[in-house]
Design a protein. Structure first.
Length: 467
């Protein structure tokens, strides 16, 4: 619940930022954030993922692990900041964009240390501390943003607020850790540092592929077309990203331990749970696609204003990727669950290459629309690749009847929404949801997927054996 609240706060914050800054300045901010997030991967280098596994296995070595990890990350942070500085200056951007990159680069690097602390909380199964830190950071950023909007402050105040709130959240994170768990003696073991870096390489490759895969479009739009087009594209992209964080990613967080336990105990149980999770994602993803596609103009006007009219087409196109994105979250989680991370990394790597190539071709021709088309094609490719990889090890039956019921119900809901389009947005959403779930229940589609959450919760209670 806290994670969902954090995502809602972040979603609301960026709506205010987009409306306040306008398309050009919001495009600059979006580029700077995407650019620093891509390069920020090198600050962590996959260490936090390796760390949670090792700390869980051997808590007696906590002091030694943490002190060496912080030493490595300090060197990586310095190197990452130098890398960010060198690349942004070599691209000949204006002084204001360079300043934004410095602000946000500092924030991303600081957040890397916060995430290290949060992963330590997970290793000790004290996720409430992670929730406190994240909620504090999101709330403070929203407060600073509202102050900026009310006082008509510029983009540099907002980027500075991003830096300050990340610094405050990082300070709170490590204050809690040091006061609740352990004081960290400064002990550097060069052999251990080498071991940590070597063991983290597979994880950093996945993170690099993922960040470039998700962020390259904003960077390429900025380089090839300009900041205004980044603003148009990222407005629609942020809208869908907010939905993704609140729905499939939250579900995967609950489903992952259940899938892992099911894989250990029984392939039949794994298939059953996978199928139920797939039904829920399809049951949500298809009607969302239909609803967002039809109501894209209303969403953009309501949340962002008339300046972002070009974002309507982008949102329509990106909505077509939702079913793929929803199911890909389950496919990726499942491949990692059955210890086939390398296959998911390979799929993401292929997706990254395809996305970059398509952006090179389509952005010069269609600007932000081309980037949106590239995203849909890439997500579709990733879907078929991941499905192929998973099917090689665990054949999953396709339930065409359920897919047909969901599709028919979604189309009928779309017709209803089109008829009601002159009404208030929230009235339309309520009417569409009521019709969709009622009709799906009547034709017995809802009963097939409604138990997955409780099933995931029950199996999640048994997660200790595989931590």
């Amino acid at each position: 619940a806290t994670k969902a609240l954090c995502n809602v706060l972040y979603f609301i914050t960026f709506i205010y930022i987009a409306r306040h800054l306008g398309s050009v300045d919001f495009g600059k901010l979006s580029f700077a954030l995407a650019f620093t997030l891509i390069l920020g991967v090198f600050c962590d280098f996959g260490i936090k993922t390796w760390m949670i596994r090792e700390v869980v296995r051997n808590k007696t070595q906590l002091d030694l692990y943490v002190s060496n990890i912080l030493f490595i990350k300090s060197l990586l942070a310095f190197g990452t900041f130098i890398l960010i500085s060198f690349i942004i200056h070599s691209l000949n951007y204006s002084k204001d964009v360079i300043a934004l990159v410095y602000f946000l680069g500092g924030a991303v690097i600081i957040n890397s240390f916060t995430q290290t602390g949060n992963f330590l909380f997970r290793a000790f199964e004290r996720m409430e501390f992670e929730a406190i830190v994240n909620l504090f950071g999101r709330a403070m950023f929203l407060i600073f943003t509202l102050i900026a909007v009310s006082m008509d402050l510029n983009i540099f105040y907002i980027s500075g607020s991003f830096l300050v709130t990340n610094l405050l959240a990082c300070s709170l994170c490590w204050f809690i850790f040091l006061s609740r768990f352990t004081l960290i003696p400064f002990t550097v073991n060069i052999d251990l540092c080498k071991k940590i870096i070597k063991a983290s390489i597979p994880f950093v490759l996945m993170e690099i592929f993922t960040e470039i895969y998700f962020r390259a479009d904003a960077v390429m739009l900025s380089l090839m077309k300009g900041d205004k087009y980044v603003g148009y594209y990222n407005t629609a992209y942020q809208f869908l990203e907010g939905i993704l964080k609140m729905l499939p990613l939250s579900l995967m967080g609950a489903l992952f331990p259940a899938l892992a336990y099911a894989f250990i105990s029984s392939e039949k149980e794994f298939k059953l749970l996978f199928t139920k999770g797939l039904r829920v994602l399809i049951m949500i993803g298809i009607p969302l696609t239909v609803g967002i596609y039809i109501l894209a103009d209303k969403f953009i006007f309501f949340f962002y204003g008339e300046e972002y009219v070009p974002s309507i087409f982008v949102l329509k196109v990106l909505s077509l990727a939702l079913p793929f994105i929803f199911i890909n979250s389950l496919l990726g989680t499942s491949l990692c669950t059955i210890n086939r991370q390398i296959l998911w990394t390979t799929a993401c790597g292929v997706g990254m290459v395809i996305n970059i190539l398509l952006n090179f071709i389509l952005i010069p021709l269609f600007a932000e629309r081309g980037a949106a088309i590239a995203t849909v094609v890439t997500e579709g490719t990733l879907f078929f690749l991941a499905l192929f990889f998973l099917y090689k090890f665990i054949p999953i039956p396709v339930e065409y009847a359920f897919l047909l019921k969901t599709g028919i119900t979604s189309v009928l809901m779309g017709l209803l929404i089109s008829i009601l389009k002159q009404f208030n947005l929230f009235v339309i959403i309520l009417a569409g949801m009521t019709f969709y779930f009622s009709f799906l229940f009547i034709i017995d589609g809802f009963s097939q997927g409604k138990k997955v959450l409780s099933k995931g919760y029950l199996l999640g209670k048994l997660k200790q054996p595989f931590l």
